[in-house]
Design a protein around this ligand. Structure first.
Ligand code: PLP
Length: 451
């Protein structure tokens, strides 16, 4: 049965403006333009209510790793709904999908990350992490160790806890974030903040800011450091190679836990199952969501090392969500992981899609609008600049050129996001070289028209 919009586009837009509040959106501005109505998707293509096809350069919100239209996932969801649509795992019960998914994640996760606490999203999972690391230290007799250090311009979610972990100034300006005992160090953003330093030197300096922050607060008061292996929403900030080894050294030497937020980097995006593997990170906890189910169901979680799980399990952790380990979400995630493996999607990223995309990205780097084109796996950014040599910003108000480029992309049948004047992509991992050619063509056309 095909589910379609029942109303003409203009009516949908009018009702949308009247009754639906969009996340991260100026509602008044949107009401004037009218939201584009997306009604269908298949593979890497979206279709709007007028029948126009749009290439999805963002995999939804960095999540539809397997691409759209996979009937296997719909069938598994329907079967699970018919058999056991819901049951919780709070009070000494469990169910097959949550058991199977936990065991599968333990198999895939690196090192001794063998235990999963489920949530409904990345935000919820990071909220879990805040309480979890504090409770961990309290159980170890160190209740004072409760500060979590994060980074400016990080994104860890939108709830009070996860938004506080994030370092988005615009979010902190609204509604009372950050909550206490969370601090933020500078990010390893060489293009924007590296000045005259070479990238290696800059990477070391920004990693050592963690050590300085631990000293400032006192090691006996710091619970954990959290970071995305590659900052996604911050504008695909790929740290210099010197950065992560130094962060790892500091976390190993100072008695603090390392949380890798793999919500974007996990499940193939960087050419390995997890970004931690690509960047050589050994976390104590990983946050997962998005690609875990390729966005077909809302699900997230915290993956804990044996050591952390043993401590947490020694007491009742008074925490959980009605939808922790939701059977339908777990069944769909499990099937998604099966398909990613069976269809060798991660090998496809590593051997075919990412190298080809990187080649195209180098070509785009020569465009007169582009100051830097950076890419890793299937996530990339274009820093737009009128003056490549000096990495200079545009004279217009920050974000104006980015918005114009994003609108050109949209008009040209391509979803790309802008963060200020930086354009970002994170397409479905299944992109073929032909899809990448189309992406390239539409990016270049849009850049030309933005000039
Ligand atoms: N962590 C990272 C790295 C993210 O990119 C996001 C979302 O973009 C989140 C956490 C929050 O996940 P969710 O939107 O599922 O709450």
């Amino acid at each position: 049965k095909r589910i379609d919009n029942h109303l003409p586009t203009a009516d949908l837009q009018r009702l949308d403006a009247a009754h639906h509040l969009h996340p991260f959106t100026n509602g008044a501005e949107l009401a004037e333009k009218g939201a584009r109505v997306i009604t269908r998707a298949d593979g890497v293509m979206l279709t709007d209510s007028e029948g126009v096809e749009i290439l999805d350069g963002m995999a939804g919100l960095w999540c539809v790793n397997l691409g759209y239209g996979r009937k296997e996932l719909a069938e598994v969801a329907a079967a699970q709904m018919a058999q056991l649509p819901y049951y919780n795992t709070f009070f000494q019960t469990t169910h097959p999908p949550v058991v199977a998914l936990s065991a599968r994640i333990a198999e895939l996760a690196p090192g001794n990350l063998n235990h999963v606490f489920f949530a409904g999203s990345g935000s919820e999972a990071n909220d879990t992490n805040i309480r979890l690391v504090r409770h961990y230290w309290a159980l170890k007799g160190k209740p004072e160790k409760k500060t979590v250090i994060s980074r400016k311009n990080a994104y860890h979610g939108s709830s009070m806890g996860s938004g506080s972990l994030g370092g988005m100034a615009g979010m902190h300006a609204q509604g009372g974030m950050p909550i206490p005992d969370i601090t933020h160090i500078d990010q390893p953003y060489w293009y924007g903040e590296g000045g005259d330093m070479d990238p290696a030197e800059f990477g070391l300096a920004r990693a050592r800011a963690l050590e300085a922050e631990i000293d400032r607060i006192g090691e006996d008061k710091v619970a954990a450091f959290i970071a995305e292996p590659i900052q996604g929403a911050g504008a695909v900030i790929i740290p210099p190679e010197t950065y992560w080894p130094e962060i790892q050294r500091i976390c190993d030497e100072r008695d603090i836990l390392l949380i890798a937020d793999e919500v974007i980097c996990g499940f193939g995006r960087t050419g390995n199952w997890f970004g931690s593997q690509t960047l050589g990170i050994r976390p104590d906890i990983m946050t997962i969501a998005k690609g875990l189910s390729s966005g077909y169901q809302p699900i997230g979680g915290s993956v804990l090392s044996d050591e952390v799980a043993e401590v947490i399990s020694s007491d009742e952790f008074a925490h959980g969500y009605t939808y922790s380990g939701h059977p339908v979400a777990c069944a769909v995630a499990l099937e998604n992981l099966r398909l990613l493996e069976e269809e060798k999607v991660i090998e496809h990223v590593r051997d075919t899609a990412a190298p080809y995309l990187a080649q195209k990205w180098r070509e785009i780097g020569d465009h007169p609008m582009v100051g830097e084109a950076r890419i890793i796996g299937m996530m990339g950014a274009l820093e737009m600049s009128p003056d490549k040599a000096n990495r200079a910003p545009f004279k217009a108000e920050k974000g104006t050129v980015g918005l114009r480029c994003r609108e050109r992309c949209f008009a040209n049948g391509l979803v790309m996001r802008h963060v200020g004047d930086t354009m970002i992509i994170s397409p479905p991992l299944i992109m073929t070289p032909a899809d990448i050619d189309l992406l390239f063509e539409r990016v270049v056309k849009s850049l030309d028209e933005t000039l």
